[in-house]
Design a protein around this ligand. Structure first.
Ligand code: NAD
Length: 249
């Protein structure tokens, strides 16, 4: 199996959850992978267990100089980009009455500004016929308490992806988004909430999913493989839900 043979893929947020599962799958499918994450120590730890042709690049997606360096290191090492998977993101639930400027800036800087500026840096180096993928979320399709700014950030990214789809069409670059429902990843432990509150929230999400459970990172990674590969050669501009049906009923 080598659906991505010799393809060069950048994955942000690659040291954990969905990004890490996708990095492993892309490597298995023959891609050369640039794994990017905010902490070098975490990148070093996961690198020990990976096999294949890859490099790690520390980059905080909210910092433009880091994004410029991420693209430079990729091009210096592999010469081009075929797949840009903009997956890094954070979610911190806060009721609308408690939203602060700091909360807003943190979420939007990472979830919206980062991907948009990385695309700008990467586009001159993406091969014609390449693929840009965003990890979005189903949260902008329904109202989930506490996720006001997070949902707004994912809605903004969805709107941006439509414009990007149009602006790169002459180069045959496909732009698609993945909208996961609740997926079992370390994300929930980073929400600055007590563990019992997170557990209750998780039970509520699982009960709302028609399939009655959380998804796995590997299930999302399979979708990221499909959308980036030639199997999805006529799929462009969409947002594909990987949510056990949560967004549909
Ligand atoms: P995760 O916490 O395991 O992974 C998030 C990754 O983003 C981590 O590698 C983290 O280091 C990275 N990251 C965070 N801030 C960063 C920054 N400033 N610069 C660079 N990297 C940064 O969680 P996950 O669930 O795998 O999340 C991946 C994506 O999936 C996110 O965009 C998230 O919004 C989205 N998502 C997750 C779920 C879910 O239920 N887990 C549902 C819908 C969407």
């Amino acid at each position: 199996m080598s659906k991505l043979k010799n393809k060069v893929a950048i994955i942000t947020g690659a040291n954990s959850g969905i990004g890490l599962a996708t990095a492993k799958l892309y490597l298995k499918e023959g891609a050369k992978v640039v794994l990017s994450g905010r902490r070098q120590e975490a990148l070093n730890n996961i690198a020990k267990d990976l096999q294949g042709d890859f490099i790690t690049v520390r980059a905080d997606v909210s910092k433009d100089e880091d994004n410029i360096n991420l693209i430079k290191q990729t091009v210096d090492t592999y010469g081009k980009i075929d797949i840009l998977f903009l997956n890094a993101g954070i979610a911190k639930p806060i009721p609308v009455t408690s939203i602060s400027e700091g909360h807003y800036n943190e979420i939007f800087d990472i979830n919206v500004k980062g991907p948009i500026l990385i695309v700008k840096e990467a586009l001159p180096h993406i091969n014609d016929g390449g693929s840009v993928l965003f990890t979005n979320s189903v949260v902008h399709q329904k109202g989930f308490d506490g996720l006001g700014v997070y949902s707004a950030s994912k809605g903004a990214l969805r709107a941006y992806a439509r414009v990007l789809t149009s602006e790169v069409k002459s180069r045959g670059i496909r732009v698609n988004s993945i909208a996961p429902g609740p997926i079992e990843t370390p994300l929930y432990g980073k929400m600055d909430l007590p563990s019992d509150v997170v557990a209750e929230m998780g039970k509520g999400f699982a009960a709302a999913v028609p399939l009655g459970r959380f998804g796995t990172s590997e299930e999302v990674a399979q979708t990221a493989l499909f959308l980036a590969s030639d199997d999805a050669s006529f799929i462009n501009g969409i947002e594909l839900e990987v949510d056990g049906g949560l967004s549909q009923i």
